[in-house]
Design a protein around this ligand. Structure first.
Ligand code: FAD
Length: 517
C-alpha cells in the first residue's frame, strides 16, 4: 500500500492537473503512515481531548493522534505526508497543552501531533555567562520553572499561567507583566529546533537559518513544529513583594502605568485590570493581601463603580528586604492611586508565578473551568487607548463583566521586531485581555451568544473608528482578514509559508492557508 501510494504521489507531484484527479484521502495516507518505523504510536480511537481546547467553542475530531516519542517520529511522519505531494489531503496540527481558544490546535479529519508525549533529553540548564535551558517543545513552563530553580535560575519573561507548552506560547508570543522590560517570551529564545512542513529538522537562531527562526517565533505554527528551544535565564529571586492599588480615573491609572514602565529602576512586573460592577472587591483581596491602612481600607466602598487596579511586583531575596522596601516606597510615592486602597503581600517566587493555577483549582472545584471561554485579546496603541476605554468600558461593557479584564502597557522599543508577531506601530502599546467565561445553560448576559455579540460590538467599534488595533492570539475566518491583520508583513508571511510549508500541511486550525501556496 505504502509503495503504491508513494508511486502514485510521486508520479503526480510534478503535475498539479493530474494531482487533482488522484487525491489521497486521509485514511489511505494514515494506513501508510502506520507502516513507518516510529518509536511512538498513532491512536485512532478515544481522541476526544484532541477535539477540544480551553476555548470550548470549537470541537473538530481528528482522524488520528500521533504520540511521538522522538523528533524523528515527527519528521518521518511529516516527510511522508509531504512526499505525497499535492495529492495529500491530510493536514497536521501540533497540539501543546490544548489551551487555544478557537480550535487553533485542532484539525478536522486530520492528524494531531500530541507534543507533550515527545520525550526529549532531560531539561538541561547551562549556568554560564549567558545562562540558558534546553527544553522540549512540548514541555510545560511550570516544569521549566521548577527545574531551573534548582540552579537558582529562571526564565525572564512569562505568561500569567504556566500550564502551557513552550511550543504553544512561542507560536504566539508569551506576554505578561515582565514584557515591558524583557519583551515577550519570543524575545528571550537563543535557539530552536524546528521540523518544517517538508519534514526537515532544522536548528535555527538569530544568526543561523535566521529567517526560519524569526518566522517560527510568533508564527502561529505555520512554518514548522518546535521540537526544542533554548531559553535565556536570569538569577531567580526567592521572594516577591506583590502590590495592588486602585484608581477611579482611567487617565490617572494609565499615566501611572506608563510612568512606571518608562523608568529604568522600576518594578519587575507591571500589569493592571478593570473592575466593573463588583461589590466588596477589597474584602476579596484580604484573603491574600494586607491593607497598608486597615481602618482606611475598611471605609472604602467599591460598590458598583468602575475601578482600575494597578498590579505591581518587586522581586527580592530575604537579605535584601530593607533595600527592596525602600525602593518600593519610593516608587509608590510617585503614584496617584486612592490612598486607602494600597494592599501588599509577600509570597514566594513560585507562588507568584503560578498564581493562576490557584484560581484554576478553585474554578475546577466549582465546575467553572471547563466552560466556554470567548476571550478577546487586543493590542492597542497608547495614543488610542483612551478612545477605546471610553467606548468599551464606559459603554459596551458598562454594566457587565464576565471575567477578568487585563490592561497594561509595554515598551515596544525593548521588543525585537523580527519575529512574525504583529503589533501596533507605536513605541508603547497596551495589551487588553477580555477573559470572559460563559455559563453553558445561560440565556442571559453570561451566555456564550451574549458575550460573542459583545466581542463583535467591540471589534465593530474599533474597526469603524479606524483604531490601529491588532488582535493577539488572533482568530479570523478568511484569508482577506488575515491579510489585513498582517498588513505590510503579509507578503513576507506568504513567502515563508512557500519556503517552509508549501503544501500548507501545518496548523490548519488558524485558517490562514487552506491550500498549497
Ligand atoms: P496549543 O493550544 O496546544 O497550541 C497553540 C498553537 O500553537 C496551535 O496553533 C498549535 O498548532 C501550535 N503549536 C503547539 N505546539 C507547537 C509546537 N511545538 N510547535 C509549533 N506550533 C505548536 N498567553 C500569553 O501570551 N500571556 C498570558 O498571560 C496567557 N495566559 C493564559 C492563561 C490561560 C488560563 C490560558 C488558557 C491561556 C493563556 N495564554 C496566555 C494563551 C496561551 O499562551 C496560548 O493559548 C498558547 O497557545 C497555549 O499553549 P498550549 O501549549 O496550550 O498550545
Amino acid at each position: 500500500l505504502l509503495n503504491s501510494i508513494l508511486h502514485k504521489a510521486n508520479s503526480g507531484s510534478n503535475n498539479s492537473a493530474s494531482n487533482s484527479l488522484v487525491p489521497f484521502p486521509p485514511h489511505e495516507i494514515l494506513s501508510s503512515l502506520q507502516t513507518l518505523p516510529l518509536h511512538g504510536h498513532f491512536s485512532l480511537r478515544d481522541n476526544e481531548d484532541a477535539a477540544k481546547d480551553f476555548g470550548n467553542i470549537h470541537h473538530f475530531p481528528p482522524l488520528a493522534v500521533l504520540h511521538p516519542k522522538t523528533v524523528s517520529d515527527i519528521s518521518l511522519t511529516i516527510k511522508h505526508v509531504f512526499e505525497m505531494g499535492f495529492a495529500s489531503q491530510l493536514k497536521i496540527a501540533a497540539r501543546g497543552h490544548g489551551h487555544s481558544l478557537q480550535g487553533q490546535a485542532q484539525v478536522h479529519g486530520g492528524l494531531v501531533i500530541n507534543m507533550e508525549s515527545l520525550q526529549g533529553p532531560e531539561i538541561k540548564v547551562y549556568n554560564g555567562e549567558l545562562p540558558y535551558v534546553d527544553v522540549s517543545g512540548g514541555e510545560l513552563w511550570i516544569n521549566i520553572l521548577h527545574e531551573t530553580l534548582k540552579h537558582g535560575l529562571a526564565p525572564k519573561s512569562w505568561t500569567d499561567y504556566l500550564h502551557l507548552t513552550v511550543g504553544g506560547t512561542l507560536s504566539n508570543a508569551g506576554i505578561s507583566g515582565q514584557a515591558f522590560k524583557h519583551g515577550p517570551q519570543i524575545n528571550n529564545i537563543f535557539q530552536l529546533e524546528v521540523i518544517t512542513g517538508k519534514g526537515e529538522v532544522v536548528t535555527c537562531s538569530g544568526n543561523r537559518n535566521a529567517d526560519l527562526f524569526y518566522g517560527v517565533l510568533g508564527g502561529l505554527g505555520q512554518f514548522g513544529i518546535i521540537t526544542r528551544a533554548r531559553i535565556s535565564l536570569e538569577p531567580a529571586p526567592m521572594m516577591v513583594k506583590w502590590i495592588r492599588v486602585l484608581y477611579s480615573e482611567f487617565s490617572t491609572f494609565t499615566m501611572d502605568q506608563e510612568y512606571l514602565i518608562s523608568l529604568n529602576n522600576t518594578f519587575d512586573y507591571i500589569e493592571g485590570f478593570v473592575i466593573i460592577n463588583r461589590t466588596g472587591i477589597l474584602n476579596n483581596w484580604r484573603s491574600s493581601f494586607d491593607p497598608k491602612n486597615p481602618l482606611q481600607a475598611s471605609q472604602f466602598s467599591s460598590d458598583g463603580k468602575t475601578l482600575y487596579c494597578l498590579e505591581m511586583a518587586k522581586y527580592f531575596n530575604p537579605d535584601e528586604a530593607e533595600a527592596m522596601n525602600q525602593s518600593v516606597d519610593q516608587l509608590l510615592s510617585k503614584l496617584s492611586y486612592i490612598p486607602s486602597t494600597l494592599f501588599l503581600s509577600e509570597v514566594s517566587y513560585v507562588e507568584f508565578l503560578d498564581r493562576v493555577h490557584v484560581s484554576e483549582n478553585k474554578l475546577r472545584a466549582q465546575g467553572l473551568w471547563e466552560v466556554p471561554h470567548p476571550w478577546l485579546n487586543l493590542l492597542i496603541p497608547r495614543s488610542e487607548i483612551h478612545d477605546f476605554a471610553e467606548e468599551v468600558f464606559g459603554n459596551i461593557l458598562k454594566d457587565t463583566s464576565n471575567g477578568p479584564i487585563l490592561i497594561y502597557p509595554v515598551n515596544q522599543t525593548r521588543w525585537n521586531s523580527r519575529p512574525s508577531l504583529v503589533t501596533p506601530e507605536e513605541d508603547v502599546f497596551y495589551l487588553v485581555a477580555l477573559l470572559s467565561s460563559a455559563l453553558p445553560n445561560s440565556t442571559g448576559a453570561d451566555s456564550l451568544e451574549h458575550i460573542l455579540a459583545q466581542n463583535n460590538k467591540i471589534i465593530d467599534f474599533y474597526t469603524g473608528a479606524q483604531l490601529r488595533v491588532k488582535q493577539y492570539l488572533p482568530h479570523y475566518s478568511t484569508q482577506e482578514e488575515w491579510q489585513v491583520h498582517f498588513g505590510s508583513r503579509w507578503e513576507a508571511f506568504v513567502e515563508r509559508k512557500r519556503a517552509y510549508d508549501p503544501l500548507a500541511l501545518l496548523a490548519p486550525g488558524h485558517r490562514i492557508f487552506q491550500k498549497a501556496v
